[in-house]
Design a protein around this ligand. Structure first.
Ligand SMILES: NC(=O)c1ccc[n+]([C@@H]2O[C@H](COP(=O)([O-])OP(=O)(O)OC[C@H]3O[C@@H](n4cnc5c(N)ncnc54)[C@H](OP(=O)(O)O)[C@@H]3O)[C@@H](O)[C@H]2O)c1
Length: 315
């Protein structure tokens, strides 16, 4: 198949773009050509690169046409953050593409109602990003019903991979938490540490996209969670990482306001966003309809990433 990957050099694309090439597809990677992929692969040289700025092209009304001109059978959109962008692309690709795969996020659920969250759970999004991604999902799945537009929405959890820091047991990206756990030092966690985070290894996300392409007929008109098999509680996450470092765990559980007081504004905001969502998503639907089987547990993915951080002097 000829496949266009919009944003094909980022976290997900670094795995997905070469994977598609290795599967025998003719791949066109669309980006501005600024970001280098996280993962080296000989495939990058054989892949066609189309450099354009989505924001500029959208403002000029030409982005959809540029993507349609690739004449891809499938388009994977990893960089769509606004409902207007989704609509613009959908209109340009209508009847011109066999499959559009849109990268969503588990943030579309917001606080949700029950756990585990299933794809058909009522959406209760909050925050600008989650609200916009939920509106995109609604628009695209509605287009599938209204016009038969062949779209699939995949919702990854917190991306983890070698090359960048994973969400830590305090619910933010500060690597000092891992450093403290590795030395057996006390770490501070808000509340009782029972809120959850749901990671996924980017390789599993890439496999999720490949599975959705391979199961097109089942996937069209549907959304799927692409996460690890189980979420982690913050407390369980901290304890498991301390164990992995071979150190005793020393947790200080604090009421929110007290915890927040000694954190930077940025770390506190990221934690607040994560624990207000406290995601825990089911992969049953992706497993039964797409054959999705994550290779990594959350902890395996995180430990691989932390090993990379240690080897590269980032801890
Ligand atoms: N991060 C997470 O934990 C997480 C969790 C769930 C879902 N998601 C979803 O995952 C997707 C993001 O994937 P990612 O993390 O792999 O992305 P990323 O690492 O931020 O990579 C962005 C990609 O898009 C390209 N790009 C950025 N701005 C562009 C522009 N104006 N025009 C054309 N290309 C542009 C970048 O290359 P250039 O810079 O060279 O243009 C790069 O290839 C989003 O849909 C997000 O909602 C992320």
């Amino acid at each position: 198949m000829r496949i266009a990957v919009i944003g094909g050099t980022g976290h997900i694309g670094s795995w997905l773009t070469p994977m598609l090439f290795e599967e025998g597809h003719d791949v066109v990677c669309v980006s501005r050509g600024i970001k280098a992929p996280y993962r080296a692969s000989p495939a990058w040289k054989a892949i066609t690169h189309l450099h354009l700025d989505r924001a500029e092209e959208e403002a000029a009304g030409s982005f959809g046409v540029r993507i349609a001109q690739i004449e891809a059978e499938a388009v994977i959109d990893l960089t769509c953050y606004r409902p207007e962008s989704a609509e613009h692309l959908e209109l340009a690709l209508r009847r011109r593409v066999q499959h559009l795969l849109h990268c969503g996020t588990i943030w579309v659920h917001g606080h949700g109602v029950s756990r585990p969250l299933t794809e058909n759970a009522p959406r209760k999004p909050f925050g600008d990003y989650g609200v916009r991604k939920a509106a995109i999902e609604t628009y695209l799945l509605d287009a599938a019903v209204r016009t038969g537009f062949p779209v699939t929405v995949l919702h990854p959890g917190h991306l983890v991979g070698p090359g960048w820091a994973p969400i830590n047991p305090a619910g933010n990206f500060n690597v000092r938490i891992f450093a403290a756990l590795s030395r057996g030092e006390e770490i501070r966690i808000p509340h009782f540490g029972m809120e959850t985070v749901h990671h996924v290894h980017v390789e599993d996300v890439a496999r999720g996209f490949v599975s959705a392409l391979a199961h097109r007929d089942a996937a069209v008109g549907q959304s799927f969670h692409i996460v690890s098999a189980a979420a982690l509680t913050l407390r369980g996450y901290a304890e498991s990482m301390a164990d992995w470092f071979g150190k005793p765990v020393r947790l200080r559980l604090l009421p929110w306001e007290e915890w927040k007081r000694d954190e930077t504004e940025k770390d506190a905001a990221v934690t607040e966003d994560h624990i207000k969502h406290s995601p825990q998503c089911s992969i049953r639907k992706a497993h039964s309809m797409l054959g999705y089987e994550p290779r990594y547990t959350s902890l395996e993915a995180i430990q691989e990433s932390v090993t990379w951080l240690m080897r590269n002097g980032a801890l």
